[in-house]
Design a protein around this ligand. Sequence first.
Ligand code: SAH
Length: 263
Amino acid sequence: MSDTMIERGTVWLVGAGPGDPDLLTRKAEKLIQAATVIFYDALVGKDVLALAPRQARLVPVGKRSGRHSKDQRSINELLVEAALAGDRVVRLKGGDAGIFGRATEEAEALVAHGIRYYICPGITAASAAAASAGVSLTVRGLARKLVFVTAHARAGEELDLDWDALADPKATLAIYMGKAAAATISRKLIRAGLASDTPVLLIENASLKEERQFSTRLDLLSISARAALGDGPAVMLIGKAVRKPENVRGFSVASDQRHSLNI
Ligand code: SAH
């Protein structure tokens, strides 16, 4: 694609989607191909990175990159330096750049240095996970609300969420970074009034060939997460909307069910 897609000295914050390169937007692909340097998170799929031009510099900055993870301030500095040096900069983030992606912190650092930035959206993990499982995140009359929640707590701190607001039987909860907090999530939501048999889907490595899906219920969430999930990224979908059709009426959806297991 043309080099003119990214002006020199500007930065694109690009959502790389859940991992499968076929789930990239066409725009994201063009931007990747026009970059001279790409700073990428650990959750960006290998096959997505393979689309980068050979002469582009690929710089891992994510937590799971196998090296010491860079703190946010160092990442901001790297972006600023590259832009000031006249690079065409792509900052590749898993899923959508604007969902639990710290895009604002990076944008603020860029703007503080007079650098222009743009955002290219991506398919977020919850959308990819629901699609793989063959379910819809909203259902007319049943789930009128979709809540994106992060269950990541700072080291040593308790998870600070408004459980009463989350325990809405007409909502679907899409919980990111929730594996470590599975027991707390289950206990607090039930205590706040959500039915213990509320359907839960756990989806690990959505859209990748290592994908696994588990169908369970709220009171079994903790044990299911421990038994079923490995160390890949996983999203939890909670609510009546995510009851899989075959669990209700005994037919199978057309999505890939190779790795699915009902607990
Ligand atoms: N910006 C990303 C989210 C980053 S936070 C997005 O929009 O998807 C990281 C969390 O996202 C992980 O802990 C996990 O909860 C979720 N996640 C990212 N990729 C995933 C995938 N392929 N499958 C399942 N969950 C994923």
